[in-house]
Structures are given as structure tokens and as C-alpha cells.
Design a protein around this ligand. Structure first.
Ligand code: GLN
Length: 208
């Protein structure tokens, strides 16, 4: 199984390591040809700063080929800024932390969700909790690292909620799309990556 890991910003090496520990082959995508010269089973969009990553994607000519692949159903895991880039809409006004950075309304609108960036305010900008995460085999407690993460304010009817923290939705799945507001790659727990690989396999079966 070949998984592309967008390597423009953030903890892409940790994502690649987690996937390789689970037996997948992970390839870092730094430029257009890294993405277009192979056929992928999955894609990871890591955390970082969604505005910066969006701009880099545009500048490198990667936005369109990735958008096309996602539209065609390439399974994807987006974490933190990755979740923001996958969401259909972004709430602009944030009382807790005024955020005036202008941003395209969306990049890859494959997840029927509305997110709010930097939504935990200054006090709770970065924190770690252990909370239940819904897997195909039931719920398991996993460590979740938040770093100025977004909240998922609204989801559409076809979006499955996988985890909540402080009553807020922090992990979701919609068909081939999985996304978390936290950073699973920054812990030793492989549950989220394992579920992503399971989702890729299931998706291949569905498409056969
Ligand atoms: N605050 C970042 C954003 O809005 C996300 C932070 C992260 O990915 N850890 O894009």
C-alpha cells in the first residue's frame, strides 16, 4: 500500500513513520512531480498553518491535482490544518482569538463540515487529553495532542463522528475522508493511522 504524505509543513515525518510501522509504504510529497508520477492508495495532509500550506500548494501547482484525486475518491487523512483544508467551510469570526488572515473559503471541499480555526482560545491553545476514539472494532481511549487546533462546528448528515473532546467534535469520517483536529502522529499510539489504513482497504473493496 502506497501512501503519499504531503511534506510541505508540519510533522510529516512522524506520519510517515506511523504508516511504515503499520506496514504501509509512505512517500513524502514536496513538489508536483512527487505526486503525479505515482498511483496512490491514500494521502495524508498533516498539520501546520492552513493558510501557509494552502499558499504553498497553489505555488507548487499541487492544489489542482490533489483536488482532482480527492474528488475521484482517493482516501485521505487530514490532521489539524489538514482537516481545515479538507472542510467545505470555515467560520471566519472567532471571538476567542481574532483571526484576520484571509483565506480561500476552502481548498479541497470533500468533507461536509464547517470548522473554526484556532478555536480553543489562548488558555487552551495547546493541550493533551486521553479520550475515546471510535474504531471499526469499538471505542478505544487514545492520547490526543492539540496545537492551536480547529473545532468542527458543524457536520453534514453523512459524516460519522469518531471523537469528541469537551463536547466538541474532534474526529470525523465521511466515506474515504478521515480528519482529526488533533495530532495522532505526535504520540506513540497508532490507532488513528490503523483506522486510516483500514478505511483505505475498505474503500478499495467498495470500489471493486
Ligand atoms: N492553527 C492552524 C491553522 O489554523 C492549525 C494548527 C495545526 O495544524 N497544528 O491552520
Amino acid at each position: 500500500m502506497k501512501i503519499a504524505v504531503l511534506a510541505l509543513q508540519g510533522a510529516f515525518a512522524e506520519h510517515a513513520r506511523a504508516l511504515e510501522l503499520l506496514g504501509a509504504e509512505a512517500y513524502e510529497i514536496r513538489q508536483l512531480k512527487d505526486f503525479t508520477t505515482q498511483k496512490w492508495d491514500g494521502l495524508v495532509i498533516p498539520g501546520g498553518e492552513s493558510t501557509v500550506m494552502g499558499k504553498l500548494l497553489d505555488d507548487l501547482g499541487l492544489s489542482e491535482p490533489i483536488a482532482d484525486a480527492l474528488r475521484d475518491g482517493l482516501p485521505v487523512l487530514g490532521t489539524c490544518a489538514g482537516l481545515i483544508l479538507l472542510s467545505k467551510s470555515i467560520l471566519r469570526h472567532n471571538q476567542a482569538l481574532a483571526d484576520t488572515v484571509s483565506q480561500k473559503e476552502y481548498y479541497f471541499p470533500v468533507l461536509d463540515a464547517t470548522v473554526q480555526r484556532n478555536a480553543y482560545g489562548r488558555q487552551l491553545g495547546s493541550f493533551q487529553v486521553v479520550e475515546k476514539f471510535r474504531t471499526t472494532k469499538g471505542e478505544v481511549p487514545i492520547p490526543m495532542v492539540f496545537i492551536r487546533g480547529p473545532i468542527i462546528a458543524e457536520v453534514g448528515a453523512s459524516v460519522e463522528i469518531l471523537a469528541r473532546v469537551y463536547d466538541r467534535v474532534v474526529a470525523v469520517r465521511q466515506g474515504a475522508v478521515m480528519a482529526t483536529a488533533f495530532h495522532p502522529e505526535l504520540t506513540d499510539n497508532l490507532t488513528v493511522h490503523q483506522e486510516f489504513i483500514a478505511n483505505i482497504k475498505q474503500h478499495h473493496q467498495v470500489n471493486k
